[in-house]
Each structure stands twice: as structure tokens, then as C-alpha cells.
Write a protein that binds this ligand. Structure first.
Ligand code: PFF
Length: 440
């Protein structure tokens, strides 16, 4: 296969970019409220099982396909299958990427507004009772649309920089910053009066809350959080060097991503309990509940500024990776220049993002925001994950898969057999069972 394709320049850059893709709103915004509604610890156990039994093998499958084909979707399938029969999975991924970018950029835009509000001390100067109405007014307004556009333009600037000077450089700067802020928050949270109650909620399982729907939710969350099932890891791996150890990298991503989700839980639940709020608040958890907490906290203005910078940072490195799926598709499949591809992605996302944003206001009846979220995370990503595992496990040349996965820096990876078994049997069976049970 041709190796003239751009590559990430360092191993650390690869880790920063892939972890940057995985760590995002999924960890800090979505995980805490899904766990809050799914019974805390019980959800967490399911989630961790999915991450390691299905997530890690699926990342390995995506990596193998990406590095072998050195292409984005759907060309990667076409090259590995030597036919166009599997192209539809690739096209579904590109559609899923558009759906995700549409609702994701809306929430990312909210984080920018909240950074400004925090700096201005707005949560300090307005009463808690007004929070719900304020949030509802803001999210349904054109101002929210404006912030979404700003976010997409920042994303476009990074994308125009290319793989090394854009994606890799930004990830190298932002990821360490993100971990520093997370650690500071965890320390602060553990000193709160509701710390033990919050940690109890996060770590003590209540299995009565585990309905098939919650289990499907946990699997969807694992896929979403690991950026799986839509070719994001295929696309990034197409820029990996030949010496990048795929299994090791997959495990590192899963560990770091889960660590951040747990840290987000450790940050949010103690605060929620300390201030007598409900952990099952839903999607508005970090935007309505946390400002009340920042209001009452010593140094709240600084903490809230930091928190929303954290969210914005995490969102940016993830949105970059979703856009890269589409940019790589436009460049590899339609031979577009990177510049034109970036313009196309940004223009379309602004329109679809606007429709999602206005779902909180004038377009409430349509509610595309929830629809896009549901279709992409619970349907397209899970089916895409199934497709990639079946393809790499059963269709792709098994020698090639072994070449990609087994040999790491001249050593044989001892986990190769286990990973291959999971790609072939455990992951497809698990995905199918949970998917069908959840839908029924
Ligand atoms: N993994 C990201 C998060 O947890 O926020 C979301 C995401 C990024 C999903 C990239 C899909 C993707 F291709």
C-alpha cells in the first residue's frame, strides 16, 4: 500500500490525537448524566465491561483496517475487500459523522457562552431559581446558533492546518491542559461535604436500575465515548506510522478515556450531593446544576471558567476527529483538496447544526437534536461497530490482520489471540444481543 500519505509525526502525537478524539463531551457531559439516570455504579460496571470486551477489540479492528488501507471511509473497505460491496458501511459512517457534528457542535457552542458567562461572574450575580429559564432561553435563541458557528469556524482553522500542523499540534497542547484541569477539579471535589455520598452513588451498584434500555445505553455510550463504529479510528490509523503498536495504543486509549469519564463522575456527583441536587437531572446536568454549585462555591467564578474551558477543549479535539472522517472521505473518495473539503464540511455542518440548535426553540416540534443523537449513537455507531468487527474478523485477509496487530516493535503481542477472538465472536454477539434487546 502507498505510504506517501501524511502521517502523525510522533507516538505522543498519535496518543494525544486519538485520546483527544475519545475524550470529549461524551465523558464529561454525557457519561455523568447517563450514569446518573442508569443507577450510578451498575451503569459503570456495564460500561467498563463493554469498553474492554467490545471497545478495545473494535478499536483494534478499526486500526488494522485504517493502517492497512491508508485510507479514510469508505475507500478503506474498498481496498481491503477489493470490491465495492462493503462501501455502504463506509457511507453510513460519513452520514453518522454529519449527524454527530450537527448536535455536538451545538453543545460545544454552549460551552463557549458559559466560558464568557463564567468570566463575567454571571452565575454569581443571578439567583439559582432563574437557572432553568436562563438555560432554556439561551439554548433556544439565535445566540446559541452564533456560538455553534464560532465553534465550527475554530474547528475549520485547525482542519486547514492539516494532520501534523493542525490536528496533532492542537492535540499535543490541549490534552495535557485538559488532564491538569481535571486533576485540580478532582482534588477540589473530594474535599466537599457530599464527597462520600457522591462517590457511593458512582461506585455502589444498584442493579435494580439495569433495564435492557440502560444496558443498550451503556453500550452506546461506550461506542460514543471511544469514537467507535463510524470510522474515526480507521481514519486516524491511516495516518499512523508502520511501527505504531496497535493493540497497546488501543488499550491506552480505553484506559485514559475511562479514567476521564470516572474523573468526571468524581467531579460532578460529590458536588451534586453537596448542594442537594438530583444526579438524574439528564442532559442539563452540567449546564443547569453545576452553575448553581459554582454560585455557592468559594472561588466559584474561577472554577466555573476552568470547567467550561475544560468542556470546550475536550469538545474541540473530538469535533476535529469527526470532521476528519468527512474530510478524508472527500479527499480520498472524491479527490477534493483539503481546503475545499474543509469548506464543504463547515458549510453543511453550519446548516444542520443550526437545525439542531433551533430544536431548543422554534423547531422544538422537530427535535432533530435528540433524533440525530439517537440515530448516530444508538443505531449507526453500534451497527458500524458490528460491521467493522465482522469485516476485519471474517472478510479481511487474515494474514494482513495478523501483520497489523500481532507484531509490535519486533515483538509478538501476547494479547493478539484474545483480541482476534473478541473481534470475531464476542464483540459481534455482544453488539447484536444488546442492540436487539434494547430496541425491543
Ligand atoms: N468520543 C467523543 C466523546 O466522547 O465526546 C465523541 C466522538 C468523537 C464520537 C468522534 C464519534 C467520533 F467519531
Amino acid at each position: 500500500m502507498s505510504t506517501s500519505r501524511t502521517q502523525f509525526s510522533t507516538k505522543l502525537g498519535i496518543l494525544a490525537a486519538t485520546v483527544g478524539s475519545a475524550v470529549g463531551l461524551g465523558n464529561i457531559w454525557r457519561f455523568p448524566y447517563e450514569a446518573g439516570q442508569g443507577g450510578g455504579g451498575a451503569f459503570l460496571i456495564c460500561y467498563i465491561l463493554f469498553v474492554f470486551l467490545i471497545g478495545v477489540p473494535a478499536i483494534c479492528a478499526e486500526f488494522s483496517l485504517g493502517r492497512f488501507s491508508r485510507s479514510g471511509m469508505p475507500v478503506a473497505y474498498r481496498k481491503a475487500a477489493s470490491s465495492r460491496r462493503w462501501d455502504f458501511i463506509g457511507y453510513a459512517s460519513v452520514i453518522a459523522a454529519f449527524l454527530i457534528i450537527s448536535f455536538y457542535s451545538v453543545v460545544a457552542g454552549w460551552t463557549l457562552e458559559y466560558i464568557v458567562d463564567s468570566v463575567l461572574g454571571l452565575f454569581q450575580s443571578t439567583p439559582d431559581s432563574s437557572r432553568h429559564a436562563q438555560f432554556a432561553d439561551f439554548t433556544g435563541s439565535w445566540k446559541a446558533v452564533g456560538w455553534m458557528v464560532v465553534f465550527l469556524l475554530i474547528n475549520a482553522v485547525v482542519m486547514l492546518g492539516g494532520v501534523q500542523k493542525g490536528i496533532e499540534r492542537v492535540s499535543n497542547i490541549l490534552m495535557p491542559l485538559l488532564f491538569l484541569i481535571l486533576i485540580a477539579f478532582c482534588i477540589n471535589s473530594l474535599t466537599m461535604s457530599g464527597a462520600s455520598e457522591g462517590l457511593g452513588f458512582l461506585f455502589k451498584p444498584d442493579f435494580t436500575k439495569l433495564t435492557p434500555e440502560v444496558v443498550l445505553g451503556a453500550m452506546g455510550q461506550a461506542f460514543f465515548s471511544l469514537s467507535l463504529g463510524m470510522g474515526c479510528m480507521v481514519t486516524y490509523a491511516s495516518y499512523f506510522g508502520d511501527d505504531t503498536p496497535l493493540i497497546k495504543t488501543s488499550i491506552r486509549i480505553a484506559l485514559l478515556d475511562t479514567l476521564v469519564a470516572i474523573m468526571a463522575g468524581i467531579i460532578i456527583f460529590p458536588a451534586v450531593f453537596s448542594f442537594g441536587m438530583s444526579p438524574a437531572e439528564g442532559p442539563t446536568l452540567v449546564f443547569e446544576v453545576l452553575p448553581n454549585i459554582f454560585h455557592a462555591m468559594p472561588g466559584g467564578r474561577i472554577w466555573s471558567t476552568l470547567f467550561f474551558i475544560l468542556l470546550a477543549t475536550a469538545s474541540l479535539t473530538s469535533i476535529i476527529s469527526v470532521s476528519e472522517i468527512i474530510v478524508a472521505f472527500l479527499c480520498d473518495d472524491l479527490s477534493m483538496s483539503r481546503r475545499n473539503a474543509t469548506i464543504v464540511v463547515t458549510a453543511i455542518s453550519i446548516v444542520t447544526g443550526m437545525l439542531c440548535s433551533l430544536s431548543f426553540g422554534p423547531l422544538a416540534n422537530l427535535n432533530l437534536f435528540n433524533l440525530f443523537d439517537f440515530i448516530s449513537s444508538n443505531i449507526l455507531m453500534t451497527l458500524g461497530g458490528l460491521g467493522i468487527c465482522l469485516f476485519v474478523g471474517w472478510k479481511m485477509d487474515s494474514k494482513e490482520v495478523e501483520n497489523q496487530l500481532r507484531h509490535e516493535n519486533g515483538h509478538k503481542n501476547a494479547l493478539y489471540r484474545y483480541i482476534l477472538f473478541c473481534i470475531r465472536y464476542v464483540a459481534p454477539a455482544g453488539i447484536l444481543i444488546v442492540f436487539i434487546a434494547g430496541l425491543l
